[in-house]
Structure formats: C-alpha cells, structure tokens
Write a protein that binds this ligand. Sequence first.
Ligand SMILES: [Zn+2]
Length: 510
Amino acid sequence: MPATISSNSPSPKPEHLDLLTHTSILRHHVAAQMGSAPLSIQSVPGKGFASMTERTSVKDYLDHHADRFDAELFEFLRMPSISTDPVYAADTRKTAEWVADRARAAGFADVGLIETPLHPVVYGRWESSNERPTLLIYGHYDVQPVDPVDLWESDPFEPTEREGKIYARGASDMKMNLLAILQGIEALAQTKGDLPINVILLFEGEEEIGSPNLPKVVADYAGQLKSDVIMSGDGGMMGIGRPALSLGLKGLVGCQVDLTTSSTDLHSGGYGAAVPNAVRAIAELAASFHNPDGSVAIEGFYDDVIPLTEEERADIAAVDEQSDEKFMAEAGVTAILGEPGYTVKELRWTRPTIDFNGIWGGFTGEGSKTVTPAQAHLKITSRLVPGQRPDKILKLIEAHIAKHTPVGASIEVVPGKGSANPFRLPKDSPGLAEAAVVLERIFGTPPGFVRSGGTVPITDVFTEILGIGPVTIGFGLPGSRAHAPNEWIRPEEVEISRLAYAEYFDTLGG
Ligand SMILES: [Zn+2]
C-alpha cells in the first residue's frame, strides 16, 4: 500500500540496459555471496514431484512444504528493507538479491536486478510457451520505517507470533503477498511440471517512497514487459473471509497560493479603512471555490469526469461497508457535505475534490495586534477521479484564481511537487473476471469491487505505458497496521494466499 505521494524526480538512464548481461553479473555476485554467507533458500525438488509421489494437487504440495515456506517468510521478514533510510540501503539491496534468489529457486530461468539511481528492481521471466498468455506481476519488497519504535511490542524485524498473529514490519504490506506469489508459482510448476502461463516479475524497492524510478524503468523496458494480464500483489481484503478487487483510485494535484495586498503590513487605524486586507482577500478567494451545496465551483472542473455507470453504482452499493452514522462517528463530524446526488461511498470513492489544507496570514500569535496584513497564503490539493488529469486541473485552478482575484490583490500560484493520475480498472479488464472466479471459489463469497479515495502514483503508469491496468490481489486485513507499529498478518491468510495465487495463475492458463 502506498506511501505518501512524492515528486517524480527524473532518473538517469539505467546503466544496465542489457538485462541478460546484468543477470549473469548478478548470478556471479549471488554465487560469490552464497559461498561466504549462504542464504537459506533451499533448492526445490526437481520437476516431476507429482509423479514421484501421491501428492498431485497444488494444495498437497503447499501442505507438504508449509514448514519450509513459513521459514522463508520469517527470513524475508527479518530483512530491514526500509527504502527511505540511507542507513538501510545495503539491507534493501540484500533483500532484492534474496527475492531474486527465491525467484530462481521457484524455477525462473531469467532473473536479474535492474539498477536505478536508488534501489534495484527485481526482474524475472519464465517463458513456458509463446502459445500461452503472459502475466506481468508487480510488487514491492521495501517497507516503511518502524518509528516510533518504542510502540512496537516486539522487534519489528524479528517476526513474533502472539495470539494468532505474526507481528513484523512489512508483513501485511506486502512481504506475505510477494513471497506467496513465488511460493504459489513454485507449487504450481512443481505440480504441473511447468507453468501454464508465461510470467514476468517486476518487484520494486521504492514503493514506500512513491516509486520515483519505476515509471522510467517501465518505459525503458516496455517492450520486454508486454503482457496480456497485469497483476499487482499490493492490496488487501475487506475483512476476514471477504476478498476485494480494486477498480479505482484517485489522483492528486496541488498548489500554494501566495497573495499580496501591500508592500508591507500596515497600521489598521491609519490605513485599514481605506486599503485591501490580505487575510480578508484570501478568505474571499477561498470561499469562491465551492457552491453552497458542496460541489466545486471551478469552471470546467467536472468536464472530463467519466460518469459512473449503473453497474458501477450497483457494485459500489453492494460493498458492505459501514453505515453513514458509523462513518460520521468515526470521522467525528455532525454532517455529510459533498456533491448532492451521491451516496457517501460514491463521494469518497469516485468524486473529485478541492481541499484546503492550510490557510494563514497576518498576526496569529497570542493577544492582539492591530495590523492590516500585507500577505496571506492558501494550500490547495485536489483529488482527481478517472478522466481528469493533474495538469489540466491545475490550469483550471489557476484560471479560477485569476477570475476571482479580489480587488487590489496580486497572486502567485506555486504548483505542488508531486502529482498523480487517477486510476480506473474497467470491469472487462483482462484477468479481472478470472480473479473474481478464483477468489469466490476460495473464500466462498464473491469479492467486493472496491475503490479508494487514496492515491497510488504507480497504478496508472502501467495503463499509460503498457496499455492495461493491474488487477490487484492481496491478502492483508484491514486494521493490520501497515505503516504503523505492530504490523501483523495471520497464519490463515499466509496459507490461503499461496493457494489463491497458484489457482489464479492456473486459471489464467485456461
Ligand atoms: Zn504496499
């Protein structure tokens, strides 16, 4: 799950454009490393496992190897791959190498690291047959920092079982899912003798810092990443036994408004009656952005919004979430205020916003000061929905400000550092129907088609560059404290995630 948005800083061209060359370098490197400090990933039984024993199903294979798979998970969770902290840069790289090694052990022939200016991307390719569909799997091996560390009840990097849960940083977001993908692939291949699909792995180490380098990697390797289905493992469930498939996320754009009404602060007695006041001016400007009914008053703001279809509205209504009363109690509000004509869930998941994040100017200290302020400021962000684009919305905000600039004020608009496109996964997207079938079969209940008002900059990158959006399948539970102290997973989801991924990959093979 996403970190906060960060700017997409331009990245220099990767030095290792030739993956094969780099792969062989990595192999040497890993081989050398294994000589001195062996990784504990064991080699898997040779092909033909199924015929050598009575165990013929993926489930049997997973059961038979559960201890080894669990030990691998604990080993993975012990690695402090905190992407934001330079102190952990070497650990983050070691984690990438561990993941690459695990992919190799699962049966991937071509595995390597794609270098970026920061943390490497683990790339893997399994060619089973060019008659079969190709699946690109996205994930991330990095984790959030552990601060405040004294709120952890056990060492964040020593997975600890307590009362039916396993506590460790990155367990829910998303090391359980990432490893289960590889273990599921191993189980499927070992049981069937080969994979029923071609698979490309793309596991980055910078998701928790906003994926600054991944868009360039995807663009540079677009030819090699061509696929029929894209799956992301960076997701979760709606609750215990309640799977979810994500159909949309909001985008984001923002700016700061710096407003000036005089060359200096003025005496309110000597000047106030006869000159503009910066604080009053910014308040007037701020008040112009919304209509009394809660809708946004910027001209053209809704023009590109793709309207919800009846089916989409039905899907949203069908997601069994909290009542409006519970939502209001949780937020501590006494009223619902949004565009008229939409339910709370529709507003939160599918309608665009203009939010003021801060406003200041003049004297804000204790006591009073009879000043007519010269300057005032307003921070604005806008959550975008499918159809809208950050650049265009920023232009509309600027045009609105120009039109509503109060008399005697001059205004500078400073664009925010990061922006992100919204993401929309149409219901007929490749791989989505198969995911729904498999999740329903495994959990005995159909997945909820959910959306989120949050922003994950990378999701739309696949749609933009590769032409299809990712189907997100993940097994962390709500409340699992991703990004917070005492992050946890449950052994039940650990077990079911391996089977679910294997069955999904099997189903994609037809
Ligand atoms: Zn994540």
